[in-house]
Design a protein around this ligand. Structure first.
Ligand code: SAH
Ligand code: SF4
Length: 353
């Protein structure tokens, strides 16, 4: 049993939990105490399995057995920020950095489009080289080249005016995990120069502009408790984002949190399952962190209620360098074999891309 679960010593009744799961699946909303009890009860195999089964059932009712695929392009691993958990932080002098050219990004999307992908996610560190002008240009070219594709950005915190310009150019979705709803926890995993209030403001701004906004957090960051996760879940219950990305914390040795233990995969799956019960129609990816911790990670995520996979379609040479954490899943396969391998894994449980 993991640290976070152990700290909640409660007398747990499996039948009560099953009632709670059913209630949550029907109402999609819950109070803090119910969440606390459910998370604490996930150490019990019966509760954990029932929770995941219900979440996967709700996802199938909404999306069927078809899993959405998004092509992920990691456009730059330069970052002006210094998040204590991330290998791309600016003070990590051991990082080997790259920045893709517009031509390289467009070539990745072209290949992905030919392979059938219809959503691209451009993700990266907060890299000043990606000015609004450059991104607007890139988005316009991408729309011309791949007319049916949806463009998702995940480039961190920018000014409202910048988000607006990128939206007007044609980006329609933006992933910006809130990282921690609790301000003290946020401040423990970020340097003082970063602001919790600004992070949340950015998410609200994105939604106001009209983006489908994505929130989320890591499970298992140092000092995180069950109560912190409850706050994360309640914040997302209030904001109701269109997308929710939840991964497991994996320590990177060249960061201030490098000697902390890896987060608990099982607890991550439980949090994903609860999230699905709370947000039946949200797009919830089976994140790379899951696949990095287990060969069946993508499938495990889907069997916990996730409905999206985001295969990496960055240039092969770049993939090992985008090292947010060590051991990050980055197959050296081309798009076709990546999609084939994913399809085979999903087909073992009757899912398909
Ligand atoms: N710079 C952008 C997007 C790239 S980072 C941003 O920060 O929003 C994307 C996500 O990777 C982050 O939101 C964070 O939750 C996750 N991440 C960073 N370091 C990690 C680690 N050590 N373990 C697991 N996930 C991590
Ligand atoms: Fe930069 Fe994002 Fe990593 Fe923070 S999490 S250091 S903003 S890439």
């Amino acid at each position: 049993m993991c640290r976070v679960i152990k700290e909640c010593v409660t007398t747990l009744n499996s039948q009560d939990m099953i009632k709670l799961i059913k209630q949550l699946a029907g109402e999609h909303a819950i109070e803090a105490e119910g969440l606390r009890r459910l998370l604490a009860a996930c150490g019990d195999d019966n509760t954990f399995n029932q929770l995941r089964d219900k979440a996967a059932q709700i996802a199938r009712e909404q999306f069927g057995f078809g899993i959405f695929t998004r092509g992920l392009i990691e456009i730059s691993c330069y970052c002006r920020n210094n998040c204590y958990y991330c290998g791309l932080r600016r003070d990590n002098k051991n990082a080997s950095r790259y920045r893709l050219s517009d031509e390289e990004i467009l070539a990745c999307c072209k290949d992905g489009y030919s392979a059938g992908l219809r959503t691209f996610v451009l993700q990266g560190g907060e890299d000043a080289a990606f000015t609004d002008e450059r991104l607007v240009n890139l988005i316009l070219q991408l729309r011309h080249q791949c007319p049916e594709a949806a463009i998702t950005l995940s480039l961190g915190e920018r000014k409202a005016e910048s988000y607006q310009r990128l939206y007007e150019a044609g980006a329609s979705r933006y992933l910006l995990r809130h990282e921690a709803a609790n301000r003290d926890l946020y401040e423990q995993i970020h340097p003082g120069e970063m602001s919790h209030a600004n992070r949340i403001d950015c998410i609200k701004t994105l939604t106001r502009i009209g983006y489908q906004a994505g929130m989320g957090m890591m499970v298992g960051v140092p000092s995180q408790t069950i109560d912190h996760l409850v706050e994360d879940l309640l914040l997302m219950q209030k904001i109701r984002p269109a997308m929710i990305g939840i991964g497991t914390f994996i320590p990177h040795p060249d960061t201030p949190l490098g000697s902390a233990p890896t987060g608990d995969l099982r607890l991550t799956l439980a949090v994903i399952a609860i999230t699905r019960l709370m947000h039946p129609d949200a797009n919830i990816p089976a994140t790379t962190a899951l696949a990095s911790l287990s060969p069946t990670g993508y499938l495990d995520g889907i069997l916990s209620g996730a409905n999206v996979v985001m295969p990496n379609i960055s240039p092969l040479a770049a993939r090992p360098k985008y090292e947010i954490y060590p051991g990050k899943e980055h197959s050296q396969n081309d798009i076709t074999s990546t999609l084939n391998n994913l399809s085979q894994q999903l087909a073992t449980k009757n899912y398909h891309l």
